[in-house]
Design a protein around this ligand. Structure first.
Ligand SMILES: Nc1nc2c(c(=O)[nH]1)N[C@H]1C(S)=C(S)[C@@H](COP(=O)(O)OP(=O)(O)OC[C@H]3O[C@@H](n4cnc5c(=O)[nH]c(N)nc54)[C@H](O)[C@@H]3O)O[C@H]1N2
Ligand SMILES: Nc1nc2c(c(=O)[nH]1)N[C@H]1C(S)=C(S)[C@@H](COP(=O)(O)OP(=O)(O)OC[C@H]3O[C@@H](n4cnc5c(=O)[nH]c(N)nc54)[C@H](O)[C@@H]3O)O[C@H]1N2
Ligand code: SF4
Ligand SMILES: [Mo]
Length: 723
């Protein structure tokens, strides 16, 4: 008898509702759930990969331990959970005893925030490992959003969310939601929402060095030279002030230091930034006037403006533009969410620069150091050097800058353990891999993404399958390891309450609880009775109550941000800003960071890892479409296949990240067969947003030249594995 299950897709931030039909252990079909109040039936081609992940023979089902033979041969052996957890606890405790807690490094990757148990239970382990050497994908991603939220609104997770369904004018920079399905903006079915915006006479203006799938749907697209958005945004804000268009309206009584902001950007005239940005002064003025005169407008920017040299300035300027035009905290502009489990109110506000990385003095944020510092912290001797590493749901060898350097650094560790279902480019360096249950074997609640969703909803899904015998969930692994470390330290472990009990408690204390007088009276039981999810209504204005600053004001002019404008001025004058070839990234709807290339249905078809180059740039170097060429940066060289494209701005080349699966010793057959190259082999751990320490994986200075096709120039780092 087939049975029907409701389930959220956990692969990207759109959190689409699915209806999954199963029979026994077999998945018969995966479809969009039309009754889901947020996604309303939308899915993308990746949803079918839920089945592929579940069934993938390469997915590890039991812990494995690396055995090094005398002849240098490396072998992996399956071991029991008790053995694996004991050996891991022993090794971590040993490093802790000999070198102190900072000798243990931690790196957590992106799927952590898509996984309820990793969110709720990581501290069952990390409370006993209070190392300063914590790292995560945040600093290759959204770190600038957090800093701006903290400084302006008093809490790291206070993100203004674009209300696309009610807006008239949408200015978007460095985001490609038609491929990515949205980020720091949970917005399933973006295509239809863009079509609706245009149908009601609204406009979408996209600034991107590539004419992307999103730019293709826009009413207007402008190329912008990578890394110069802060200049464009500063000139836009300057125009708003200069032309008297800055009218914060209802926000006025909440604003501190708006005058200082106007002073700070006074010298960024549209004329002064035209050459650097590639955008005409009249165009900048036109956009400023359109944005100001639209009844309801949004300015939004994502990866392209966050993971670049001025990521924090860009996010601050975007927030200031929304504030100056009165579009923050009002329908049709950008609003704050009120999630059912209110992880904004439930977590600390976060802090910045309370300590710095040992080797390069990069600032912490929220007790994490920039991932660009990880390799140096492993390889530089001295007190506090990382000797053991825990990775969870992360693949930093492919996803952080200068991946080859990190690859080599990982090979030098005394001990490494990975909580991960795959033996991949990063986890091949581990001594022990702890694989969690398949996603469909545990329950699901989107603690993180309801916080960023364009509508308030809540949804809980029980597991679809019984877990395979002898398998542990991510949260159980954290708890079991925490218990063992606590015992060795002579401390009390934290009792492990399952995640669903914590969700129930969160719902019962949250804004839609009976205790708070809400008609929804949300509990876990109620969510279980409504498997497609419960609609809690559109985003509502919430200021000043929702502000977390001590004075309940918006602090418009954080001193570190104003000071950083001088760095922008120096960059503006630098001789190599214009004329230097720049590398940017690219996402494809059938791919997801580094770990979804092992599913045949998603990777089949044409090579998606080619370098997009403008025909003029090819001609200038004597190169041709389809040829191989050498792409080089300060950190290394890659041999790439060229793809001529008029859709990319001259002077810019684009390569997706997350490929490069040809390293020795990985166990992902399909990915290996479609290896591609890793663009992070040539991104640069020293190329950063100087204010936040966020990696600048976009706008990397590169050179492109015909290939010297000797076998040694092929871009692999397959030899780095520790034997
Ligand atoms: N050049 C360049 N670099 C980039 C980016 C870019 O645009 N350009 N994007 C950056 C961004 S935005 C991000 S978020 C990072 C991502 O960087 P990472 O998070 O480091 O890398 P992922 O590719 O997401 O790897 C996820 C890992 O989690 C494992 N995994 C999957 N599901 C689970 C699970 O349920 N439990 C556990 N324990 N493990 C699981 C996978 O097997 C894989 O090893 O990459 C960044 N790097
Ligand atoms: N299919 C798919 N979906 C995904 C992911 C995936 O890997 N694949 N990853 C998920 C994750 S972890 C994240 S964080 C989100 C990211 O979501 P998005 O940020 O929407 O996705 P990107 O494709 O990285 O978009 C960045 C855009 O910035 C442009 N760009 C690069 N440099 C610059 C610049 O200097 N200025 C400007 N203005 N633009 C620039 C690029 O051309 C690109 O179009 O996507 C999520 N969804
Ligand atoms: S857009 Fe695709 S990958 Fe993202 S949640 Fe929806 S179905 Fe899953
Ligand atoms: Mo991300």
């Amino acid at each position: 008898m087939p049975s029907t299950h409701h389930r959220a897709c956990h692969l990207c931030e759109a959190i689409c509702g699915l209806v999954i039909e199963t029979e026994g252990q077999t998945i018969l079909s995966i479809k969009g759930d039309p009754d889901d109040p947020l996604s309303r039936g939308h899915i993308c081609p990746k949803a079918i990969a839920l089945r592929d992940i579940h069934e993938d023979p390469d997915r590890l089902r039991q812990p494995i331990r690396k055995v090094r033979h005398a002849d240098g041969h490396v072998e992996w052996q399956e071991i029991s959970w008790d053995e694996a957890l004991d050996a891991t606890a022993d090794a971590l405790f040993d490093v802790h005893e000999r070198h102190g807690v900072d000798a243990i490094g931690v790196y957590l990757g992106n799927p952590t925030v898509h996984n309820i148990g990793m969110m709720t239970h990581q501290n069952n382990l990390f409370r006993f490992l209070r190392t300063r050497n914590r790292f995560s994908a945040t600093s290759v991603d959204q770190l600038p959003h957090h800093l701006v939220a903290l400084w302006l609104f008093g809490h790291k997770a206070m993100f203004p969310i674009p209300d696309i369904d009610n807006t008239d004018y949408f200015l978007m920079l460095g985001a490609n939601p038609v491929a990515s399905n949205g980020s720091i903006w949970t917005v399933p079915d973006i295509r239809r929402r863009i079509r609706d915006l245009k149908a009601r006479g609204g406009r979408l203006v996209v600034l991107d060095p590539r004419r992307t799938e999103t730019a293709d749907m826009a009413t207007e697209h402008h190329f912008i030279r990578p890394g110069n958005d802060a200049l464009f945004l500063a000139a836009l804000l300057q125009t708003l002030f200069h032309e008297g268009l800055a009218k914060p309206g209802h926000l006025t009584p909440l604003l501190r230091d708006l005058d200082s902001v106007a002073d700070a950007v006074r010298d960024f005239t549209p004329e002064s930034v035209t050459e650097a940005t590639g955008i005409a002064a009249d165009t900048i003025r036109g956009i400023a006037r359109d944005l100001a005169s639209a009844p309801r407008a949004i300015c939004y920017g994502r990866m392209g403006v966050s993971t670049q040299e001025f990521g924090t300035l860009c996010q601050w300027l975007i927030a200031m533009i929304n504030i100056a035009t009165g579009n923050l905290d009002r329908p049709g502009g950008s609003l704050f969410t009120l999630p059912a489990v209110d992880q904004v109110s439930n977590t600390g506000p976060g802090g910045f620069a309370r300590h710095h990385s040992r080797v390069r003095q990069l600032p912490e944020f929220d007790r994490e150091l920039p991932s660009s510092a990880l390799a140096d912290e492993i390889t530089t001797p001295g007190e506090g050097q990382i000797r053991a590493l825990f990775t969870g749901a992360g693949n930093p060898v492919l996803s952080t800058p200068n991946g080859r350097q990190l690859d080599e650094a990982l090979a030098s560790l005394e001990f490494m353990v990975s909580l991960d279902p795959y033996l991949n480019e990063t986890t091949r360096h581990a001594d022990i891999i702890l694989p969690p249950t398949s996603p469909l074997e545990h329950d699901h609640y989107d603690l993180a993404f309801h916080m960023n969703a364009m509508r308030n909803t809540a949804r809980y899904n029980p597991p679809i399958f019984e877990r395979a015998e002898g398998c542990l969930h991510d949260w159980e692994i954290f708890s079991a390891l925490g218990e063992r470390i606590a015992n060795r330290l002579g401390l009390e472990p934290k009792p492990a309450q399952p995640p669903h009990a914590m969700i129930d408690a969160g719902l019962r204390a949250g804004p839609y609880s009976e205790a708070r007088g809400s008609e929804h009276a949300l509990t876990l039981e109620k969510l279980k009775r409504n498997p497609s999810g419960i609609d809690l209504g559109p985003l509502q204005p919430q200021l000043p109550e929702r502000l977390f600053t001590a004075d309940h004001m918006i602090h418009c002019a954080p001193p570190p941000v104003l000071a950083d404008l001088d760095r922008l001025r120096r960059h503006h004058l630098a001789a190599d800003n214009v004329g230097q070839l720049r590398l940017i990234g690219r996402r494809h709807v059938r791919s997801n960071n580094s770990w979804m290339h092992n599913y045949h249905r998603l990777v089949k078809g044409r090579d998606r890892c080619a370098l997009m180059v403008h025909p003029d740039d090819l001609a200038a170097r004597g190169l041709a479409d389809g040829a191989r060429a050498e792409l080089a940066s300060r950190t290394g060289t890659l041999t790439v296949t060229l793809e001529a494209s008029e859709d990319i701005m001259p002077g810019v080349v684009s390569l997706p990240h997350g490929y490069g699966h040809d390293r020795a010793g990985i166990r992902m057959q399909t990915a290996r067969a479609n290896a591609g190259v890793s663009c992070n082999d040539i991104t640069d751990d020293r190329f950063l947003d100087g204010l936040s320490g966020n990696a600048a994986v976009n706008g990397v200075p590169v050179t492109l030249a015909p290939c010297d096709e000797s076998p040694l120039s092929a871009g692999t780092a397959g030899e780095g594995i520790r034997a």
